[in-house]
Design a binder for this molecule. Sequence first.
Ligand code: RP5
Length: 181
Amino acid sequence: KVKRCLDMLLSPETTEHVVATAPLVGIIMGSDSDLPVMKDAAEILESFGVSFELTVVSAHRTPERMYSYAQSAKDRGIKTIIAGAGGAAHLPGMVASLTPLPVIGVPVKTSSLSGMDSLLSIVQMPKGVPVATVAIGNASNAALLAIKIVAIGDADLLQKVAKYQEEMKDGVLTKAEELES
Ligand code: RP5
């Protein structure tokens, strides 16, 4: 499904949102040039079986689309939005200002300032309009946070998160034992 979504996104004739069945998470990005970073979020959501939609919404180039996306997300059943952008990365903050849903911002690395511009644009929100900002380029953590948010009302999903964390811990302990032996 991730591959189908990405193929559709990259297809020039695609103008509609790429929608999986009853998406719970919205992944948006300022440009298709953000896709190599943002695809990591799609892959994590897919691996947990959490439905999502993925599309391009630019705060600066398509402001009306940003408004309609953000204002319709809750009523379409979306529970949380992951928004990635680079440079003057206003998309996550503006979307957060337009929806009651939690917004997770992914600063995308840029060629001129290595993503520090993106990070500061996303993280320095005014009081009252929070954006949960992950590390530069870390769309995987954005997806894991989105999954944890969705899992608040889903015991099975919460169990999967606990299993993921256990496996991660076991992986580290195995490596430690290998190094020590
Ligand atoms: C931002 O500008 C996008 O999020 C992207 O990271 C950056 C550059 O966009 P392109 O010029 O590659 O389309 O809006």
